[in-house]
Design a protein around this ligand. Sequence first.
Ligand SMILES: [Zn+2]
Length: 252
Amino acid sequence: MKWRRELREREVEAVNSLTSFISPYMPTAGTNDGWTWRASLDGKYITNSAYAVIKSRRSEQSNQIADASLMASVWQTLAPMKAVVNAWRLLRNRLPTCDNLRKRNINLGDEELECKQCYSHNESISHLFISCPKTQEVWNEIQNWIAIQTARPSWPDAHWESFSHCCKEKKIGKLLKSIWVGCCWLLWKKRNDKRFEGKDWESKSLVAELKARLWSWNKSFGSLNNEMEFTFWSSNDLISRIWSSHLALAPV
Ligand SMILES: [Zn+2]
């Protein structure tokens, strides 16, 4: 696709999202458009398949109620809406990863299914955000930075809970939530850049960008003490240095 002017950052994201959504659809010359019932294999409506869809949605809704408080905590961050919505979709398993597109009966070739970061596994939400070797490097970098060791469950909602709820202190908790939400937003952004534009990325540069983004988000949403210097913020062992220097964060 060509554009008359250079796209702004939010426009690039919108284009990536649209490209991700329409890329599996291949128009066929000489074939008319028509309606397809996606809940059955042959695309034809049958009552049983409609019943199965309603039943699965009901069980999904009951799960939503069960973990409502965990989901609500996603909104308690420094991050802007676009990153928070990304985390919300991730925790709901609603991002258009290859496994999710396949669940919607979208045909993807073997090559399209594979993770474009490691080329050794198929892309799924848990692989992309947690277990991919490249993503593991990112979480290692973040653990070095904040100097808090947490368990790494292999499913995003358990990972979110383990990472962001490991400290009971409210201000630190808000900071950890912001780091997780910001990190997942950047991971999704880098995934799209790589998949649709072939752009490679490194874990160290992603974490450097995360530190800079969080720093600027703090200017808008305020949680860190204004006296904190960027070098203090971006150096390793952040949380323990905050404790030992008694450098308080701004009120939550
Ligand atoms: Zn991978």
